[in-house]
Design a protein around this ligand. Sequence first.
Ligand code: BG6
Length: 470
Amino acid sequence: MSRFPEHFLWGASSSAFQIEGGYDEGGKGLSVADINSFKRSDKQADTRTAADFYHHYREDIALMKELGMQMYRFSFAWSRIIPDGDGEVNPEGLAFYREVVRLLKENGIEPFVTLYHFDLPYALAEKYNGWEDRRCVYAFERYARVCFEEFRDSVKYWQVINEQNLMIRVDERMNIREPDALKADRMRAQMDYHMFLAHALAVKACHEIVPDGKIGPAVSSTCTYPLTNKPKDVWAARMNDYMKTVYCLDMHCYGEYSGIYMRYLRERDIVPVMEAGDPEILKYGKPDYIALNYYRTLCASYLPADAEHPLGSRVYRGNEVDFDQYGYCRDEKNTNLSASEYGAQIDPMGLRIVLNDYWSRYRLPLLITENGLGTADVLTEDGRIHDDYRIDYLRQHIEACALAVEDGVDLFGYSPWSFMDLLSSHQGFRKRYGFVYVDRGEHDVKECERIRKDSYYWYQKVIASNGEKL
Ligand code: BG6
């Protein structure tokens, strides 16, 4: 008897700009993710080739089938389907995804499609400064409707936005170039609010168009420990979770910002412009499930509002996803945990905590759409990749999932990051997460040959045994 439910979905994940390549082929327009990656091209790989899925997808889907995957979580590139974001639909873009979806289904793999994974069409950033302008909300709604109409019979599971709560914190992903920290934060709060509206309109459209369609957000989950058991540190840890993830899930599930978050927006004087009629739109946004991405945990202490700070600004963000917030919390290192070579503090227990936490707060089915270890894997002389450290990481996290299921959490799938090696969100190709090795360097793309890692064979057994053979 497995500890996982009978129809538990085992899968693996990816996103368009990180795997596809073909960045200007088949009529695709540029995205913000393309432009950001080009800025780093002198030092590392960019989106031009990435893992070259655009030319290898048949082979990749055959490898997914052989792995035994029951679901594949990937994204459509908005700028492949509507190159300038809100103009003509590109038939070649739709045809590419039609073929990918057809092959997945033919191989018994359920497609889980994310509509937007960090890759806003660059034309929208140029025309409207992207999400700052309400027109971007309607452009997204139209794009979502185009996808739902096209795939209404073939794709049942949709994710609206990948990690809105993390993306909003990174200036370059939002195309925020405002040097004044307060003005930048006001713009950020407006963009965030517009994405919530876009999310809600997409949920509504999915429910109208896709028969039996299921749709939800994919959030970056957060579990913050207090540095000490001083009540203020405990509060600081709660606030870090709140400001990073819970405010976002609250908005999705209840259609409004909670009191604590409104207080934060008011205190900072960054309350977004909201229009009459918005509350009704936001109420549509209630998801059918919550997908969460989990990599690590955080630690915080209390940081008084009047504490000394180096830059003379109450909020220091830089381009980091975790930062100090005066009056709330200071980001701390947890000395009880070890970290990956890229600094992620590894903590399977945190996953059990997060799953229980979100289940008890929202009572919505949960799905893990990202979890994994990014390392510089080595292709050894025997032509193999002996990534026992990845097996170890995944084993411990799957064990945490099993415990959460036993705790009573309705977890219906596990789809780690990533199916194959891909372009890291900002750290090139050296940082690898995949079950399948893609043989390319940062600049020398070679043939992008696919090689099964040791973790591939291990995960194959995990799937075949429904999580029993860890
Ligand atoms: C998640 C993103 O935040 O983390 C992925 O959804 C990303 O796109 C993943 O690749 C791992 O982060 P990184 O920076 O190591 O690629």
